[in-house]
Ligand binder design. Structure first.
Ligand SMILES: [Zn+2]
Ligand SMILES: [Zn+2]
Length: 336
């Protein structure tokens, strides 16, 4: 079958002789139709996030159509469109037992620790394959997973309708966070040093604020969502959050950020990291919401890239505004 494989740092190839998946009794086989790219994929792509093997099939955000069902699977059938929840938690470690599967100590992640989704067909544990209640296009399947990440951050923050929220960073996760906050009824503001990214956020309904920690408008926000995670963004997040407010940190970096205990206590700030989503409720809720926001999701997506131009999709994910995704719905046709 076809697959997009990483053969070395920043080198991908389309191959037609990749081994078919070997599904177990509890798996379904999904013919992939779309895969989105995010910062994690870029780390895999450039080699900073080493993979267990090379060549390696990357990709963790996506979905497609069920083409085979294991003998022990109940409630799923051939022909259903599903989104993949690409963090296979163990259900038995201490965080999992507490219901915090996002903290699973034995998590398997396609594209990162097990072979990924950029293949013609993929075996997926049935409990992590989510049928879409309404028909959606491949571009929505590419977004369900990162949308679940964003929606989980909003859920954990406890944002209520009408609240002013600032999203710091308008990369793909920042845009999806804007969308999740809009969906929650918040008044959404966004800041990013790049005007072209802010323009995409404005297109879906966010309002721009000037970049930098000391903006002239003097406005502060009860909730700040830091989707960049780098020191420069943190300066903005820490200065723009209101006294008594909360900074939700979604973006990740190894670089330390600065916050004195004096500032933390005097301003009574809450700083909370938020990682992926907790099985099963967050993904269930996102899948249920996906078709309702399909129009606005389309507003933050770049045009789908065909598999043979995968390298361009990775390059765009690195630099271009909007979310990049690879359209696999043409696998098996002549023009790949
Ligand atoms: Zn991702
Ligand atoms: Zn676990």
């Amino acid at each position: 079958m076809w697959a997009i494989v990483l053969t070395g740092p920043r080198r991908t190839e389309v191959v037609d002789s990749w081994a078919e998946p070997e599904p177990g009794d509890h798996d379904v086989v999904v013919a992939m139709s779309a895969v989105g790219l995010c910062g994690s994929d870029l780390g895999v792509h450039d080699g900073t996030r080493p993979t267990p093997a090379l060549p390696w099939v990357p990709g963790h955000e996506g979905g497609g159509r069920i083409v085979a069902v294991g003998s022990a699977v109940r409630g799923l059938h051939v022909g259903q469109d599903v989104a993949v929840e690409p963090n296979y938690c163990c259900f038995s470690c201490s965080p999992c037992v507490r219901g915090m599967t996002s903290g699973c100590e034995n998590r398997l992640s396609p594209g990162i620790t097990v072979p990924g989704l950029l293949a013609e067909r993929v075996a997926v544990p049935a409990r992590f394959a989510w049928p879409l209640p309404d028909p959606v296009g491949p571009e929505v399947l590419a977004c369900v997973e990162p949308f679940a990440v964003a929606r989980s951050a909003v859920r954990r923050a406890g944002v209520t309708p009408g609240t002013d929220c600032l999203v710091v960073g308008a990369g793909s996760q920042g845009l999806l966070t804007c969308l999740s906050l809009l969906e929650a009824g918040a008044r959404v503001f966004v800041t990013d040093p790049r005007d072209d990214r802010v323009a995409v956020a404005e297109r879906i309904g966010a309002r721009p604020v000037a970049p930098g920690p000391d903006a002239a408008d003097g406005r502060s926000f009860p909730f700040v969502f830091d989707t960049a995670g780098v020191p420069a963004a943190w300066e903005t997040s820490a200065h723009r959050v209101a006294t008594g407010g909360t900074v939700m940190v979604i973006g990740m970096s190894n670089e330390p950020v600065g916050l004195s205990t004096m500032e933390l206590t005097r301003r009574q700030l809450q700083v909370r990291g938020t990682l992926i989503y907790d099985h099963p409720d967050d993904f269930a809720a996102t899948v249920a919401a996906a078709s309702g926001v399909a129009g606005r999701l389309a507003g933050l997506l770049r045009p789908g890239v065909p598999p043979r131009e995968a390298e361009r999709a990775f390059a765009e994910a690195r630099t271009a505004p909007g979310k990049s995704w690879i359209d696999l719905s043409g696998w098996g046709e002549d023009d790949r």
